[in-house]
Structures are given as structure tokens and as C-alpha cells.
Design a protein around this ligand. Structure first.
Ligand code: GLY
Ligand code: MN
Length: 463
């Protein structure tokens, strides 16, 4: 945990942003795999970690706005649990570590919420995403479990986003720890990427590095020689010469902050000229968008700049044609770059996505664009100092999408379908991703930069 002052300050910030009522921050429970006592790796709720820091199941945090008191509802472990799990700190000792003096047994939460409802007090909660917490909210509020998300507090959602989106120095330290683990994951993948190796061997080895680093991967590892499938979790292929392996992975730091990087490397260690040509377009889109990432600029405009760079590059190799800005306006680049440039990152790899992507990534001034491709942009609004984001441009050759666009004549004035089909249909996909802190007047890559220039990658792969 951080020092207790960090949690006290965060709760005070939240209190100042909220009008009145009772804020419930529900921690997570254990989640069963195939029978009740066989659980998945426990992951605490990110808002609970942010405001209370206790990384143990079955805790509820309460921030009483009206009475200026913070409380924890949880049970001390009983003798049976001590026998199986060893001695555990008391709830009051854990609560003290995050600056909370008021603690109660778990079931007392029902008395609290019943009393609040009887007095007409507002109960604020975030959108629940796990079944147990939906049912718990039903028990507390009477709202049907399936409809509890609809009753999440918009006031609370906006207040939390306003605080969590600006990263504190202690959070940057954690993210850089996650980046260091991610660095080792990627460099290991580079060294293992040889013809004849099964993808799963590499995916398993790098997942082990995340686990050894203190926690778990920040999301299920994407690793495939079929990188044109954007989130490819199938790792059953044997690596073939001539293909490229796309690895998109990151780790959680000991306090659960994320890293998220992507590298795409040639199986066997040497880029062909054709691979280099496409790779260097993606690299330019990454480097140039990092260079213009700074406070006051909308991320939507940076995404569109990536689209422009990709369109220019694809025109240079003959895959696109026509006026660049017209092509971007028409969304023609999205056949090759069908996703957003990036997203916020913090305790969640897609930070705060559970609160609602549009609330996190957009505001009244910047609204989502619903054109194919840009519609997947998770973050569009103006950047502020202290945001942590990832930039992850890519170029992909997706046969099903190529066929659809060609048969329907979509953007045929901007795409050279003959060349796409004749020479690039089996190319795969390239994505490159770095984690970036928005600084006072620019931006900075977090962690040591994982080898990315083609000569650096070839050197590491030859070791
Ligand atoms: N890098 C994986 C993702 O952002 O979804
Ligand atoms: Mn990402």
C-alpha cells in the first residue's frame, strides 16, 4: 500500500467533488473457477484499491459525505481461516493503514444502507461488473441485480474520473515498475521468437515473468503470428519463417498499476524489406504522435494525425491513393488501421473503463465520432498534464475486411485493392505501442523503451 495520507487525501478530494449522500466502494470477492474453493487469481476492484488500498477480498469502503466519516465493513478472519491461510491482520489494523478508524462487521452494511434509504439519503455506487456485487447491491438497495448498473451514480462516476485521470508521482513510480516487468516480457519474447517454436511456449514464458514480477499480466496476453486479428489470444500456431509475431502485453506492478506495450518482430530475427516498409510507417505514426502529445491538444486530433501519417505512408508504397486528407475524412485508412490510437492507463490497463468509456474518454467539448475505425477510439478529449496514455498505431491486412470493402466498393477511390490482394493479403499485422506520461509541456515515454527500431530489434533477436 501507499502511505495512508495518499488514501486520506484521495477520499477528501472525492468528498469535495460530491454534493451529499453515502458513497459505497465495493471491493471484489474471490471468483471460483470450477468449484467454490478453487479460485481465479484474486484481483481487487480498482476504485477500492485507489481509495482504500486494501488488497483482500470481501471489503466494502464507505465515504459518508454528509457526516465526514470514512468506514470499512469487513470481517476479521476466524480460526478456520487462520488454520488454512495463516495469521491475518485484523480489519482495524488494515483500515488504519489507509487512514480509516471506523470499522464494522461486513453484515452491518445492510443496517447502514437501510437506515440511509429510510432517511431518503442518496446512495452512490459505481457500475458493478461482477455478479456477486450486483446481488449485494440488490440486497442493500432493493434494485433488481440485473438493473443495478443503470442506477450507478453519474455524479460519483464523474468525480472519480476527475481524480483518477491525473496521476500522482507515487503512481508513476508504480507504472514504471510495471513497465520494467513488461520490458523483460517483450525482450524474452524477442529472444524466443524462432521458426518452429509454438506461440504458446513464448506466451507461457512471458506470463511467468509477469507473475514473478509480483502480480499478473495487466490483461490476457495477445501473441500471434496472425497479428491482423487485433486481440488474438490463440497461441497454438508454430512460428513460420516469413511471418511476423505481434506481442501485445503488459504486467501489473505490486500495487496493480499496469503497463501495456506492443512490439511486432520478424520470425527468425531479420526484417524483409517489404516488412520494414510497412513497419516504418507504423513506427513513424508512433514517434510522431508521441512528439505532438501534450496538454491542451485533443487526443482525437492526435488519432487523426496517426491516420494521416498511415495514409501518407500507404500511398508511398502504392496501397492507397488520392488526396490524403480526403481519404482520412472518408475513413479509408480504417481498412488498414481499424482501431483507436490509444487509451488511458493506470490501475486498469484501459483505465477506468468500468466507469463507462464515453465518460472517461470524452466530454462536452469532444464527442465520439461514429465512423468505422475512429469509433473505437477510447480517448478523444483534451489531454492534461498527469494523464498516462498509450499510443498504439497499427497497420493490418485483414482478408475478411478487404473482401467486404472491395465487394461493396467502399473507399475504392482511395485504396489500391489490386496491390493489396496480389502482394499483401497474407502479410499479417503490425502494431507498436508505448506508454506515455503527459508532462507540463509535452510527453515522456514511461520505462526504458523496449527495442523498437529495426536494427535494435534485429540485434536483440540475434543474441
Ligand atoms: N494493448 C491492448 C489493448 O489496449 O486493448
Ligand atoms: Mn493498449
Amino acid at each position: 500500500m501507499f502511505n495512508k495520507d495518499v488514501y486520506v487525501r484521495r477520499r477528501d478530494q472525492l468528498r469535495k467533488k460530491m454534493g451529499s449522500g453515502l458513497v459505497l466502494i465495493l471491493g471484489n470477492n474471490e471468483s471460483s473457477v470450477n468449484y467454490p474453493d478453487n479460485g481465479y487469481h484474486f484481483r481487487q476492484d480498482s476504485d477500492f484499491l485507489y481509495f482504500f488500498g486494501i488488497d483482500i477480498p470481501e471489503f466494502i469502503g464507505v465515504i459518508d459525505i454528509d457526516n465526514n466519516v470514512d468506514s470499512i465493513y469487513a470481517n476479521d478472519v476466524d480460526i478456520a481461516s487462520i488454520i488454512w491461510m495463516g495469521p491475518q491482520p485484523k480489519v482495524s489494523e488494515l483500515a488504519a493503514k489507509c487512514g480509516v478508524a471506523d470499522t464494522h462487521p461486513f453484515n452491518k452494511i445492510f443496517d447502514l444502507t437501510k437506515d440511509a434509504i429510510s432517511k431518503g439519503r442518496k446512495i452512490h455506487f459505481t457500475p458493478p461488473y461482477r455478479g456477486e456485487n450486483k446481488m449485494l447491491l440488490q440486497q442493500m438497495t432493493g434494485i433488481d441485480a440485473h438493473r443495478t448498473r443503470e442506477y450507478a451514480s453519474l455524479e460519483l462516476i464523474h468525480a472519480i474520473i476527475g481524480i483518477r485521470e491525473i496521476k500522482e508521482a507515487c503512481e508513476i513510480v508504480e507504472i514504471e515498475k510495471a513497465c520494467a516487468i513488461g520490458y523483460n516480457m517483450h525482450v524474452t519474447a524477442m529472444r524466443m521468437c524462432k521458426e518452429g517454436v509454438v506461440e504458446q511456449e513464448i506466451a507461457g514464458a512471458i506470463e511467468g515473468i509477469a507473475l514473478s514480477g509480483g502480480n499478473m499480466p495487466s490483461f490476457p496476453i495477445i501473441l500471434s503470428q496472425n497479428g491482423e486479428t487485433l486481440h488474438n489470444h490463440y497461441h497454438g500456431n508454430t512460428l513460420q519463417k516469413g511471418k511476423m509475431m505481434l506481442t501485445d502485453c503488459g504486467a501489473e506492478s505490486p500495487l496493480h498499476y499496469a503497463s501495456d506495450n506492443t512490439r511486432t518482430i520478424p520470425v527468425g530475427g531479420v526484417f524483409s524489406q517489404k516488412q520494414k516498409d510497412i513497419y516504418n510507417i507504423v513506427l513513424k505514426a508512433l514517434d510522431d504522435t508521441i512528439a505532438i502529445t501534450k496538454p491542451g491538444v485533443t487526443y482525437q486530433s492526435i488519432h487523426l494525425e496517426a491516420a494521416r501519417i498511415i495514409t501518407e505512408g500507404l500511398k508511398d508504397v502504392g496501397l492507397m491513393k488520392g488526396d490524403t486528407m480526403e481519404a482520412v475524412k472518408a475513413g479509408a485508412h480504417a481498412m488498414f488501421f481499424p482501431h483507436g490510437l490509444g487509451h488511458m492507463m493506470g490501475i486498469d490497463v484501459h483505465d477506468m473503463e468500468g466507469l463507462g468509456q464515453t465518460y472517461v474518454g470524452y466530454d462536452e467539448k469532444t464527442r465520439p465520432i461514429d465512423q468505422f475505425g475512429t469509433a473505437y477510439l477510447r480517448l478523444g478529449k483534451e489531454l492534461k498534464e498527469g494523464f498516462v496514455i498509450t499510443n498504439e498505431p497499427g497497420i493490418y491486412f485483414i482478408p475478411a475486411l478487404i473482401d467486404k470493402w472491395q465487394s461493396e466498393g467502399i473507399n475504392k477511390e482511395f485504396i489500391n485493392f489490386d496491390l493489396v490482394n496480389k502482394e499483401y493479403r497474407d502479410f499479417g499485422g503490425i502494431r507498436l505501442e508505448d506508454d506515455i506520461l503527459v508532462t507540463k509541456d509535452g510527453s515522456k515515454i514511461l520505462g526504458d523503451r523496449i527495442p523498437i527500431y529495426t536494427d535494435e530489434v534485429e540485434k536483440i533477436m540475434s543474441e
